[in-house]
Every structure is written in C-alpha cells, then in structure tokens.
Ligand binder design. Structure first.
Ligand code: BGC
Length: 871
C-alpha cells in the first residue's frame, strides 16, 4: 500500500448531470458544486495542485475533501460545469501532477466522463407535473415592482446578468434534494417557453461560471439593444451545513455588488431575481436602482417556467413571505445565539465532535414577533407579497363568544388582472403576567382566482385556543384579562382593525403539567427592558472541553401501562394473520422474544441510506412471521430515490403560497409517486421553525411562524396519508441548525418551547394525526430529543394524542444512548444494520432492568400498527 501509486477510483463509467447545480457531494462541501467528484485510493497532498484538463481545457482549481462519512477517504472535486455544457456527450479528462503524502507522484490518468442526456417529460405524468408548476406559480413572491415595470412585454429582449443564470437552483441539497424526471430552468424557460429573447453577448459573459462585472461600454451597448436588465443571484442551501453571514452567502460577494451597481446605473429597468434557499441581505435593492425584485427560492422542477410566466404576466403572483426579511442578519435577536462562521470560526458539519450550546435568549420573539413588538424596520415584512392587481377587504361580521371568534370577510379584486389574495388575521393581546408579542398570526385564507371586479366571501372561525399563552408557573394555557384586538390584512404591516373583545377575568384554556423544563434559568428578551434583556450570547457556542451535554437534566417518568392481557398466544400468529384480523396485533407482539423485539426496534438498512432503490430505510423482516416490507424515503419535495420522479418546490416555497389545499395536493402527488415506487412512508414534512435565516435546512422547513408552519405541514401530512402513504413530522424538536447537529443543545424556557417550537407540531396534529414523528439529532433543555421520555410520552402521546410511531434521525445513536432512547419510547433506531450492533444493547438493557419490557413491546406495537396500515 505504502508504495502503491495513488489513483482516482472510478467504479465503471463516470457521469455528470448538467442539470444538477450542486450535486450529491456539495451537501458535505459546497465547493463541490458543479463538480465531478472522485474518490482517491491514497491521500494526496492538497497543497500541491496538479493539472486537470477536460478535452484539453485546463481546470483552474481542484478541490479536496476527506469524508468521515466514507471511512475518511479523500475525494477530489473537478469543477467541470463551465466546460461540460452539452448533454449526452463524452469528455476526456486527464489528471496528472498530484503528489501523495509520501511524495510519490500519481501516474497521469485518463478517464471519460459522459454528461447525461437531457431529461424530457415522461408521458402519463402531466397532471402531476402540473401540480409542481402550480406550486411554483403560487410560491414565487413578488417583493418589489416600482412603476409597475412588471409584467414585461411578452417579446422583450432581456439582458441577463449574474452567474446565477447558469446556476439556477430548483432544489435543496441533502434530504430535501429532488431528483426530477426533467426540469425547466430559467434560461430554458425563456428560450423554449416564452417569446422573450436573450442578448447573447451578455449571456456569454457568464458562461465561465464567474461573476463578471461588465465594462461600461459593453453595458451601454447592451442597453441599446434593450432597456431591460435581469440580475440572477443564487445561493445553495441544505442539510449538514449552515450558511454564514459572509460575503457570497448572506451578503453579496464583492463581484456581485459591483455587477449590480454597474448594471443598475446603466439600466433604468433592472429586475432582480433571488434564487436562494434562505433570506439574504436585500439592502442593495434600495441602495441601487432596482425596480423589481422577485424571490423565487427553490421552486422545483418547473420553477424556471413559473418564474418566466410571472415575468411576462401569464401568471399573476399571489405568494406571501412566510418569513421576515430583515434589513440585516444581525437585526435578528437570534443571531446572538447562533454558531456562525462569519466570526472566523471553522465550519462544523454533522461530523463535528464538539458540543455547541444554543441559548434561545430571544424567547418568543422570533421573526415578526420581534420586529413588530420592538418596532424595528425590515426589508420585507412577514406575510408580504405583491400582485399585478389590487384587492379590497371588507369586514362584514365580527362575533366573539365562548368558543372563539367568527370573522366574515369579502375580498374583491379591484384591479384589472385576475388574481388571488391571502387574508391574514393577527391578534393583539393584553399584557399581564405574561408579556405578549404585539402581533400573532391566528388565521389566514387564500381566495380562489378572482376576475377583475369579482368578490369572494370568506368565513373564518378562530377557536378560543388560538389566543392562549403558556404560563409555566401554573403549567396552563390561559388568556389574561384585557382587550383583544383582531387585525386583518395582507401582511403583518398592512392591517386594519377588524374588531375587538374584552375579557374580564383570566381564563384557563388548558391545564397541563410542566415538561422539558430547562435545567438552568434562561434569561429572555422582554419588552419591559429591551436593552437590559437583549440577547448577549455569552453562554452559547462551542464547548471545547465538553464530552457530554451540560447542563444535563433529568426527565420525569411517563409510564403508560401495557394495555392487553399478558397472555402469550398458544399458536404462532403470523403478520398475515394480523393483516386479516388487526385485533391480533397484541398477540403478535406478545409472542415475540426480547431479541425479536429488539431486532424490530432497529431499522433494517445496512448503513446510511441510498441502498437498493435509494431509500433511507426499511423495517427489518422477521423470517418466520411472513412480514411485509415497509420502506421509508425522504421526500419534502419529491421521493428521494435513485429513480427520477416528481420535483416539487421546497417547503418554504410551498408555504409561500399560503394555500393549504395546494400543500395537500403537493403531498398527494408525492404519495402517488411513492406508492408507484413501493415506498410506504415519506419522511416529511420537515417543520422546524425558521428561527434564524442561516439554518442550512431553511428551504426544507416552512416558516418562522408556528401556526402557518403547522397548518401547511398538517395539510401536507394529510395529503400523504389520505393517499395511502405514511408521513413523518420531523424533527422534534428545536432542531434549528446544522452546525454540530448531533451535539447541538437548544436551551430555552418552557414557554418558548411550547408557544413557538412545539406549537407548530400541535397545530399540524390538529389538522391531521400523523403515522410517525422523527426525533431531532439535537438536545433540548438537557436531554437528547431522541431519548426524551417527557417529550415523547408526555407531550406527544399524552397531551397531543399521538398514536403513531417514533423514530430517531439517522445515526442518532452515535451520540444518544440506545438504552435511554428505547426506554424513552423511541420505537425505531435508524438507519441500523442487519447485524447485532444495535440489537444487543437493547437486549442487554432489558436484561439489566434499564428497559422495561412493557415499553419495548409497546414501542414495537406502535411501529407495527403503522406497518400494518400500509401492508
Ligand atoms: C436527515 C433526516 C432524513 C434522514 C434520512 C438525516 O440526515 O436529518 O431529515 O430524513 O437523514 O435520510
């Protein structure tokens, strides 16, 4: 081995997918975007750049990354996107001049890389593809439209600036990735699905994948061809790595800034397209002469088409932001307690072994709750989005009673173009013992398409519980006395008073018990002393010396009794028997040995996902019982398998539609495609709260608001399950960043936990009770979520009535004690193995009295109940 020469390992033919902007490996290292990534047989010296050519053209820089996820193997990334631009073509790659760690030079190596053919629509799926298109049409947000410059004339000539035109992203990286049958990017949509033409000279400036800043004369030349400039800014985002408040990520890079300045100074009509997975700095849209801004996010396989339809007016935008876009990242109080590499710290991904504490000192003041209460100006407010028409809202009735409030509204299209509007209702609640945010979303609805002059009546029933706040002293949800004002409008900033009611005395809505209380007091932001209580972040951050969670906490026991007779059946009960007679499930479980129970508690994958058809996991099949397969796959936006299928917009974009029916439809289509691929459960919706814009998984989640998140996710979950596929609400709970995600510790008051983070799940479960939930990698208030009995048994099962099964996130057992997780009620350890690695600790746990057999049986019972449902 020592003397062997390092080679690039290729397992058969090497392919490159032009349509994948980021590719599989950029989940681990963003520098691998647009690259062919190849493993090396031996470590080579990263400081010595050799030479790589593609069809004789030199590649400027080769990237390296050593993957702990691949047995510490070093990989080489060849950025080929600018050269491999043609579909279905073979390119000759020559690699030479690299030197291994022993100083031995590689033999020059040649290989052929073939680009995949262009993917075309597959007949028979038109109706599904149309839902992906509809979701993009309703999810792309128009943020600015000065002088109504949009929509453009249909046959306009466009000068398109920014490398984002060649890096147009349609999906996230990691678990939220899509593998669409085909896609239509912005440039393809312009060329093939519109009457626009593109100025080829401007386009040519970006073909190299660099952020070119054009010279004034060439800009003026372009301006003579057309007065319209389109700027495309794109940002990757996804699982495993958080984004950072640095130039090129949250902020514009110096080149982008210079390009936008130059372009907007030359062109009277500059339109910016933001193709980012998370909110970014937008101050440049005011600083420079930008007339229109469109936030298209990751809009799925037909995102480019929907965007062009909005540009030329075939579609009237109707989306609203599910998040506040602040003026600056640091305006978010949560920025004080978020590990960010902007301060020169190293990027930490899931392989990091450091512990990181995250104190939620902002308390309930997340997103607009902060910006509204503390009257801080923002770039674009929560709930905001423009249309090509105008609407009038008329309040026709306001009645409040013991059950809640009934609000009757008429929404009229007062403009000239057909369109849809979203009405939003916020409460303003009296301060008492508990201080309140000045606005809280309590209801919303989206109209149908209204023609010019057309009117729609909408009745909103707001249940009394929506007004409740959580008092941890009395462990109760209550309404405090005083005046409650309801505000109605089209964003948190565009509201009119709809009515009010008075409450004379405090009203307890629900009594619970204290759960998941923090192990240390948490100082939280208060409007009574904004400066004195503003988050400081002193306690958060990397715990270099820590080898376990600190501060740690203990949880109360939540034992529920095994509810069937202890009788073991006298003849073997097969799974197929239970399929016919579901009441035999108890007997089926009762007959299992401890080893068998333990075996079923471990997912039967042979490693980290992507096996067989590419699923994330499958239930272990015990031989003698004729069990039926149960396969789970990721799927916020499509079925995450090797076989191409539907590619929906990311969850944030779907959420921007504020259309619960559409969220249901998106999930229905995913379910139908999952079934075709023999997938029984989709590991979605992902519903962590957008606490901080830099969370890498921002696009996979819905909103900063728990009610909006809960409603959209609840309908998504229902859409899957009504159509024959199980859903999985994830990741419980407060899994709000990717940095050191297996050791990130969220610390917050019980009120914050319940009103913001748990609320989203509570609302979703009011809409629909899901078949499963997934615990987060993180810890909350001193206990790993995967082993939190109070959360699993107490909050979810007792309070929220959850009766599906609980699974860990993939590989949680690397940090979480298996015995504690099972005893806490976690039913399925993932991804598992087919040997005894994770089974033995469970068996021993029972033998040593650390796991109650009754709990283990019940865990398996919950799991099998769902497996049976889909068998
Ligand atoms: C992600 C989960 C996903 C799982 C299975 C994990 O890395 O955090 O969201 O469902 O992998 O792929």
């Amino acid at each position: 081995m020592e003397n062997e020469v390092c080679v690039v390992i290729t397992h058969g033919d090497v392919f490159f997918d032009i349509d994948e902007v980021d590719g599989q490996f950029s989940m681990f290292d963003r520098s691998f975007a647009g690259s062919v990534v190849l493993p090396l047989s031996k470590r080579i010296n990263e400081n010595i750049q050799g030479e790589v050519t593609v069809n004789g053209i030199e590649i400027d820089r080769v990237w390296f990354h050593t993957f702990t996820q691949h047995n510490n193997r070093q990989f080489m990334g060849l950025p080929v996107r600018r050269i491999m631009t043609e579909y279905g073509k073979s390119y000759k790659v020559r690699i030479e001049g690299f030197i291994d760690m022993n100083g031995v030079m590689m033999e020059p190596q040649e290989l052929t890389v073939t680009t995949l053919p262009r993917k075309e629509p597959v007949p028979g799926y038109e109706a599904h593809d149309l839902i992906a298109l509809e979701a993009a049409r309703e999810g792309i947000v128009l943020l600015k439209n000065k002088d109504s410059i949009l929509p453009l004339k249909k046959d306009e000539v466009l000068n398109i600036f920014g490398k984002g035109q060649f890096e147009f992203r349609t999906g996230a990286v990691g678990a939220g990735k899509i593998n669409p049958r085909y896609q239509i990017t912005l440039m393809q949509a312009i060329k093939e699905h519109s009457e626009f033409t593109v100025n080829p000279e401007v386009k040519a400036l970006y073909i190299q994948g660099e952020e070119a800043v054009p010279e004034r004369p060439s800009l003026e030349e372009a301006c003579r061809k057309s007065k319209i400039a389109l700027i495309v800014i794109s940002r990757a985002s996804g699982e495993n790595l958080d984004n950072s408040a640095i130039k090129g990520e949250y902020y514009l890079s110096a080149e982008e800034d210079a390009m936008i300045r130059e372009v907007s100074e030359t062109f009277e009509q500059t339109i910016a397209i933001v193709n980012s997975g998370y909110p970014i700095d937008m101050t440049w849209a005011e600083k420079y002469n930008i007339k229109a801004v469109i936030n298209c996010g990751f809009a799925g396989m037909l995102g480019g088409l929907a965007l062009v339809e909005i540009l030329d007016g075939r579609v009237n935008p109707s989306a609203k932001l599910p998040d506040t876009w602040s003026y600056d990242y640091y305006d978010h109080p949560a920025s004080k307690n978020f590990y960010d590499t902007a301060e020169g710290k190293p990027k930490l991904d899931s392989s990091s072994t450091y512990f990181v504490d995250t104190y939620y000192e902002e308390g309930i003041y997340v997103g607009y709750r902060y910006f509204e209460t503390f009257r801080k100006e923002v770039a674009y407010p929560f709930g905001f989005g423009l249309s090509y028409t105008t609407f009038g809202i008329c309040i026709t009735d306001f009645t409040h009673g013991a059950e809640g409030t009934i609000l009757k509204l008429q929404i009229k299209n007062t403009g000239k173009t057909a369109g849809k509007e979203v009405v939003q209702v916020y409460s303003e609640e009296p301060d008492g013992k508990l201080e309140k945010s000045s606005r809280k979303l309590i209801a919303f609805a989206k109209t149908e398409t209204l023609q010019s002059g057309e009117l729609q009546e909408i009745d909103l029933h707001i249940p009394i519980e929506r007004y409740a706040s959580y008092d941890s002293d009395t462990a109760s949800w209550l309404m405090e006395p005083g005046t409650y004002i309801l505000w109605v409008g089209t964003s948190v900033k565009h509201l009119e008073e709809a009515g009010s009611f008075k409450l004379a005395e405090s009203l307890t809505i629900q009594k619970v018990v204290n759960r998941m209380v923090p192990p240390v007091p948490i100082r939280t932001l208060s409007k009574l002393d904004p400066e004195g209580t503003y988050p400081r972040g002193e306690l958060s951050g990397l715990k270099l010396e820590a080898t376990e969670l600190a501060p740690k906490a203990r949880r109360q026991k939540n034992q529920e009794q095994w509810h069937v007779s202890e009788k073991i059946p006298n003849k073997l009960v097969k799974f197929t028997d239970v399929m016919e007679r579901p009441e035999l499930l108890d007997s089926f479980v009762k007959q299992l040995s401890i080893e068998e129970l333990a075996r079923l508690s471990v997912c039967g994958s042979s490693g980290w996902g992507m096996h067989e058809k590419g699923e994330a996991g499958r239930v272990y099949l015990l031989n003698q019982y004729d069990m039926k397969p149960f396969v789970v796959a990721d799927g916020n936006s499509g079925v995450n398998l090797r076989k191409p299928n539907i590619g929906m917009p990311s969850s944030t974009v779907v959420c921007s539609s504020w259309n619960t029916k559409l969220s249901y439809e998106v999930a229905r289509v995913i379910a139908e495609e999952a079934k075709e691929n023999d997938v029984h459960m989709i590991l979605a919706p992902g519903m962590n709260i957008h606490r901080n814009p830099l969370n890498g998984r921002h696009p996979e989640y819905f909103s900063e608001d728990p009610y909006l998140t809960g409603m959209m996710a609840g309908y998504f979950s229902k859409g899957l399950e009504d159509n024959g596929v199980s859903s999985c609400l994830k990741h419980v709970i407060a899994n709000n960043c990717e940095t050191a995600r297996n050791r990130n510790h969220s610390l917050m008051t019980e009120r914050t936990l319940r009103e913001i983070y748990m609320k989203a799940f509570e609302v979703a479960m009011e809409v629909h009770q899901p078949d499963s939930i997934m615990t987060g990698y993180n810890a909350v208030n001193g206990v790993f979520a995967a082993a939190d009995e109070e959360m699993i048994q107490g909050v979810f099962r007792e309070e929220l009535g959850f009766s599906g099964y609980v699974m860990t996130d993939w590989g949680s057992y690397e940090t979480v004690d298996i015995v504690e997780a099972v005893q806490a009620g976690n039913c399925w350890l993932t991804p598992g193995t087919n040997d005894d690695t994770y089974v033995l600790p469970i068996v021993n746990g029972v033998k040593e009295g650390k796991i109650d057999q009754a709990r283990l049986e019940k865990n398996v019972w919950y799991l099998l109940k769902i497996v049976l449902k889909r068998a």
